[in-house]
Design a protein around this ligand. Structure first.
Ligand SMILES: Cc1cc2nc3c(=O)[nH]c(=O)nc-3n(C[C@H](O)[C@H](O)[C@H](O)COP(=O)(O)OP(=O)(O)OC[C@H]3O[C@@H](n4cnc5c(N)ncnc54)[C@H](O)[C@@H]3O)c2cc1C
Length: 410
């Protein structure tokens, strides 16, 4: 039987590019709000803004919100899948696929407000708790250290971790679909803001005109909310006279390389994955350039996948090698993965992919002080994103909530 493979990255979160959700039909001029970035911070912000104005119960006109996203996907929430097409597929329609959540793997909900926010999607099973068995894994090495594996914890026994099903991107799609007063413009890169683009600025209001990279006007807005990673936010606001510009570069973000591995069959898995003496779903790797290993096909509602493993390299190692040739990186990670999972010729993965995230995680402050959103009241500009807090999905929600509070207080 000859197999061919189809590679696909789950990039479309809406049915069409430049997809438009319902427009505002309020008669008196609604507030116009632009959100740069269609990642979770952007989507949460639009969701909470809509809710805040709707909950004002007719006392306020619901704003017209537009999200501009340069790519076709939901930011750093990413799923890659590859179908295994059998030559006898004509008799067997059950094409199977490998699937890797190669960005965020899971998220926490520590605060009561975020727990309340995710509740409706938990009820529909779109979001599910992941009670993963977690181990510390020390690979054998050339210096004679033998491989070691130790139980670490089971997630949910102390604190719940959640995933989106069937894919990590599914939640983004649903969030986008549920927006009623928001227009989503994908494949639209917003050009850096310039001071002269602020067309109206007085004591009561401010308007800013946005442009795309080809200098086409994207419209004038009362509020601009930038949710790009801080390296990109820095460039976007560099010549705009943004009052908080110096603060953008305060938090540091680090890169992450992600290795994606797939096997054709569970029988072909190395013993470390198929006959585990200590069963595990997630391994924290010690003494290695690898950081964590995630077994995708053992996640809830992922049972039908072909054996798929996602491995994140350590952030400090990734940052130090961020400009290296990706093929060289892939070979180094593959070697480290072989050392950790201990496969031989018969159990070599058939699928190997590598992805570079230039902006993956935020270095946490020693004092745990978070920056919070950056507000320029005079221009009505807000710079936000996960990096303004702890650099995770829960931070996206916190920063979205802060943004909405700021706009509503005006
Ligand atoms: C490898 C990796 C592993 C992770 N693991 C976890 C985890 O286990 N748990 C967890 O909670 N979090 C994790 N995270 C972090 C999590 O993915 C992020 O916190 C979250 O996705 C950030 O969302 P965001 O909307 O703030 O930023 P982003 O998702 O980066 O969205 C910003 C968007 O802005 C767009 N943009 C930038 N410039 C422009 C422009 N000029 N015009 C238009 N659009 C623009 C970008 O294309 C991007 O889509 C991980 C991240 C990575 C990369």
């Amino acid at each position: 039987m000859s197999d061919s493979t189809l590679l696909s990255t789950d990039q479309n979160i809406t049915q069409s590019d430049n997809h438009t959700n319902t427009k505002n039909d309020a008669s008196n001029a609604p507030l116009k709000i632009a959100i740069i970035g269609g990642g979770l911070t952007g989507l949460f912000t639009a969701t909470l803004l809509e809710r805040a104005f709707i909950e004002a119960n007719g006392k306020a006109v619901v704003p017209q919100i537009t999200i501009f996203e340069k790519s076709r996907s939901v930011g750093r929430l990413a799923t890659r899948y590859r179908s295994k097409v059998h030559s006898d597929a004509i008799h067997d329609n059950s094409d199977k696929q490998w699937q890797w959540a190669f960005g965020a793997q899971f998220f926490t909900a520590k605060t009561t407000s975020f727990q309340k926010f995710i509740k409706p999607w938990l009820a529909t099973n779109l979001l599910q708790p992941w009670c993963a068995q977690v181990v510390n894994l020390t690979p054998a090495n050339d210096a004679g250290q033998s491989a070691d594996i130790q139980n670490k914890e089971q997630w949910s026994s102390t604190q719940a971790r959640y995933i989106s099903t069937p894919k990590m991107t599914s939640w983004g799609r649903i969030l986008a679909d549920e927006l009623k007063h928001t227009t989503l413009n994908f494949k639209t890169r917003v050009a850096p803001l310039l001071a002269r683009h602020c067309t109206e600025q007085n004591s009561v209001n401010s308007k800013t005109e946005l442009f795309d990279e080809n200098d086409n006007s994207l419209g004038s807005f009362d509020w601009i909310i930038c949710t790009a990673p801080n390296g990109q936010a820095l460039e976007l606001m560099a010549d705009s006279d943004f009052t908080e510009q110096a603060m953008i570069s305060k938090p540091q973000m680090q890169a992450c390389y992600t290795l994606m591995l797939g096997w054709d069959d569970v029988q072909q898995l190395p013993d470390s994955l198929s006959n585990q003496t200590i069963p595990w779903d997630v391994a924290y790797v010690q003494d290695s350039i690898l950081d964590r290993i995630f077994i995708e096909h053992q996640k809830p509602a992922h049972e039908n996948l072909l054996p798929s493993i996602t491995i994140h390299a350590r952030n400090d190692w990734s940052e130090a090698h961020v400009d290296n040739d990706i093929e060289v990186i892939k070979a180094q990670l593959l070697q480290a993965a072989q050392q950790a999972l201990n496969w031989d010729m018969k159990s070599t993965p058939s699928q190997v992919d590598c992805h570079r995230w230039r902006y993956a995680s935020t270095i946490k402050n020693i004092d745990n002080q978070q920056l919070g959103i950056l507000v320029d009241d005079s221009h009505q500009w807000i710079v936000s994103g996960d990096w303004c807090a702890q650099g995770n999905i829960e931070s996206c929600y916190q920063m979205a909530a802060e943004t909405v509070k700021t706009i509503c207080s005006h």
